[in-house]
Design a protein around this ligand. Structure first.
Ligand SMILES: C[S@@+](CC[C@H](N)C(=O)[O-])C[C@H]1O[C@@H](n2cnc3c(N)ncnc32)[C@H](O)[C@@H]1O
Length: 332
């Protein structure tokens, strides 16, 4: 993540009662959705990258998921932040630059910011532009003296963190979004994160833990159908943005625990033989055929420590809830 050549625009967004937001836009949504959709629907088995869940509608649906009682990750991580943010702040030190990967609504961030001594700046990085900007505006109003520098980027592609004088750069990556990567890609991503924060940098990462599959199943297939709507949004988005001929209602959301891989999977299963048409190309699906849309790997503490170690990090501290459902890990 060293090149600046993909930065499309820097805007100054006025906020009443404080200095404007400086917004760095890498325009991650102008590129490859069509290409990735075509490649994924041509693959065997069919797949679509999870990052395309998140347009404004998808981000709002994710916020709805966070309010579903069975979706333990959000409330558990919030609890951990509530109890231990003070320890985290002591660990990372004063005047740090916080770079949040996949910041979404920055829900957990306020607990961290409230505990930090004189943070130098907050840089939320997210692919979902409108949602990112709304969250950044809210945060900027709540913390009038904190520089807030939103970056709209695909964090798996090159982007630069805005330069801010700080004692240290700390990557914050909550939500167990790290679990969406295959372990080999998670390792490469963590290695890249080390390069971003620099030699004296650190990271705080939310990591979901292995648990009873029944708890996982309930979390990823809620009765109200919120997760199903979130999953299908990727098909709605294809119709909206790519002009694809696709009927999302002819698919069923399925959450599966894959014990061998230690991961929850989300699938969209075709209810009938049908085609998805993107431009000139038609992609045929048999009845019962699935499009695999997301993996959420669940780690053991030892497993994650080994992975982080292979990426050059040391796990210096771990905070969990009483049931050990979830962890926030401090990497140096
Ligand atoms: C599971 S949600 C977590 C949101 C928030 N951090 C939380 O803990 O509630 C994942 C977030 O990462 C963002 N995201 C997913 N893939 C991304 C990518 N490749 N680049 C940048 N942001 C991404 C999504 O837009 C979304 O806001």
């Amino acid at each position: 993540m060293s090149s600046t050549d993909v930065l499309r625009e820097v805007q100054h967004i006025p906020i009443e009662g404080r200095s404007p937001l400086r917004f760095y836009d890498y325009a991650p949504d102008t590129g490859s959705f069509a290409e990735d959709a075509r490649a994924g629907l041509s693959a065997v088995p069919k797949t679509l990258p999870a990052k395309y869940f998140y347009d404004a509608r998808g981000s709002a649906l994710f916020d709805d998921i966070c309010r579903v009682p069975a979706y333990y990750p959000t409330r558990t991580e919030l609890e951990i932040m509530q109890v231990h943010a003070g320890d985290m702040a002591l660990a990372v030190g004063a005047e740090v630059l916080v770079v949040e990967y996949g910041s979404g609504s920055s829900l957990k961030t306020t607990r961290l910011l409230d505990a930090l001594a004189n943070p130098a700046a907050y840089v939320p990085v997210d692919i979902s532009r409108e949602h990112l900007l709304n969250a950044a505006r809210r945060l900027a109003r709540a913390y009038p003296s904190l520089p807030v520098l939103p970056v709209c980027a695909d964090y798996t592609a090159p982007f630069n963190v805005p330069e801010v004088p700080a004692k240290r750069c700390v990557a914050y990556y909550p939500g167990s979004t790290i679990g969406n990567f295959e372990p080999a890609s998670a390792k490469a991503f963590l290695r890249e994160m080390r390069a971003v924060v620099g030699q004296h940098g650190a990271a705080l990462i939310g990591v979901d833990l292995q648990k009873d599959p029944a708890v996982l199943q309930a979390a990823y297939d809620d009765e109200a159908g919120v997760t199903a709507a979130f999953n299908k949004n990727i098909l709605h988005r294809m119709a909206r943005e790519l002009g694809a001929a696709v009927n999302p209602e002819a698919f069923t959301h399925e959450a599966r625990y894959n014990a061998e891989e230690g991961r929850m999977e989300m699938h969209l299963v075709s209810d009938e033989a049908q085609t998805i048409q993107i431009g000139e190309e038609a992609f045929a699906l048999a009845a019962g055929e699935s499009i695999h849309t997301e993996n959420s790997y669940k780690y053991t503490l030892q497993g994650f420590a080994a992975l982080a170690g292979e990426a050059g990090w040391t796990v210096a501290d771990v905070w969990t809830d009483e049931q050990a459902y979830f962890s926030v890990q401090y990497l140096t």
